[in-house]
Design a protein around this ligand. Structure first.
Ligand code: SAM
Ligand code: SF4
Length: 330
């Protein structure tokens, strides 16, 4: 029997999300603070170290790896990592989360490197709102990037939209129509309190998945689906369309019981839960014991024993998690 990483609550760990850079060409107000400093290069995992970690996790029973960030596609030579991870046997799914800004030039090379599925963030279709939320004037590049990804023929494309009250909550119907017209999926995400931000009060901007569903039901016939994609999303279908609508609801519906994932932060910490600070520095293990894959694997096995049962995000309570999403790997 191949080894299967399992925690003390009998949850099988089959999914790793890696933040390949904390840098980004956007400054989304829910993700980054006003004065961000980025990690010095020495502290960031090299592409070889990321691949080495991927290899260790796959040998421990992980079958899905997501590369995220920061914006993964602004990291130089990132295609090489896709190509190398894509060749490792045992990995069933290699996927990407991107803001879409680089897809016009990168969609086709990513497809050729073996990437099958891609999540693209899109919170609004309106240029002024896009500018306010992302603090970047790149809606056109993102929309063109989405078309380039569709043209490249990925097996799955999903839009991710973080919904904030009085910012973009009145666009949920338009975003679903946009997805339906393109035969792609869309997930709505409740904002999570990671890092201190100055732009808005997270509690005041909270807009629940239940509210979004109720808004959508004014226009669409949402049918709850039993399918899962080994993630925290609850899925719905709209008859006569190919579009699935997902809801990621860390506040209103806790998803810890079925958690199958861990994260690797940009600086090489194994983060056992998005909503807790427990982490183990795997970068030092790799650098102190280069070439010793067995030692790395044993460290990962020992670390998984500390995976917490769950998190409780509280919008009104201090202290919040101090990590920002870009380092964590959302
Ligand atoms: N830059 C890429 C992107 O935006 O898709 C990948 C990294 S980003 C951190 C991954 C996802 O996390 C995006 O869909 C983003 O909207 C979401 N995200 C960032 N900060 C968040 C927060 N505080 N709460 C909920 N989702 C967040
Ligand atoms: Fe960049 Fe993605 Fe964070 Fe926006 S959500 S600032 S695109 S990492």
């Amino acid at each position: 029997m191949p080894f299967q990483l399992t925690d003390r609550f009998d949850r099988k760990i089959t999914y790793v999300r890696m933040s390949v850079t904390d840098r980004c060409d956007f400054r989304c107000v829910y993700c980054m603070g006003e004065k961000m400093t980025f990690l010095p290069r020495k502290q960031v995992l090299t592409l070889e170290e990321l691949e080495w970690l991927g290899r260790a996790f796959i040998e421990l029973g992980v079958t899905k790896i997501r590369l995220t960030g920061g914006e993964p596609l602004v990291r130089s030579n990132i295609l090489q990592l896709f190509q190398n991870l894509g060749k490792l046997s045992g990995l069933n799914e290699l996927v990407l989360t991107t803001n879409g800004s680089q897809l016009v030039k990168m969609a086709q090379p990513l497809k050729e490197a073996g990437l099958k599925r891609i999540n693209i963030s899109l919170d609004t279709l309106k240029p002024d709102k896009f500018q306010k939320i992302t603090q970047a004037d790149k809606l056109d590049s993102v929309l063109q990037g989405i078309e380039a990804a569709i043209k490249a023929g990925f097996q799955g494309i999903k839009l991710n939209a973080v919904i904030l009250k009085n910012r973009n909550h009145n666009e949920v119907v338009d975003l679903v129509k946009f997805a339906i017209e393109r035969h792609i999926d869309i997930s709505f995400i409740e904002e999570m309190p990671l890092g201190t931000i100055g732009s808005h009060d997270r509690a005041e901007a909270f807009y629940s998945s239940d509210q979004i569903r109720s808004d959508l039901r004014q226009v669409f016939n949402l049918i709850a689906s039993t399918e899962t994609t080994a993630g925290p999303s609850k899925y719905y279908r709209i008859p006569q369309t190919n579009t699935r609508i997902g809801f990621i609801s860390p506040h209103s519906h806790n998803f810890c019981d079925t958690c199958n994932r861990v994260r690797i932060t940009t600086d090489g910490h194994l983060l056992l839960c998005l909503g807790k600070e427990n982490s183990i520095n795997l970068r030092d293990i790799i650098r102190q014991h280069p070439d010793d894959l067995e030692f790395l694997k044993q460290t990962i096995i020992n670390s998984i024993a500390h995976k917490p049962k769950g998190h409780d995000f509280e919008l009104n309570r201090e202290p919040q998690i101090m990590r920002y999403m870009n380092v964590t790997g959302g």
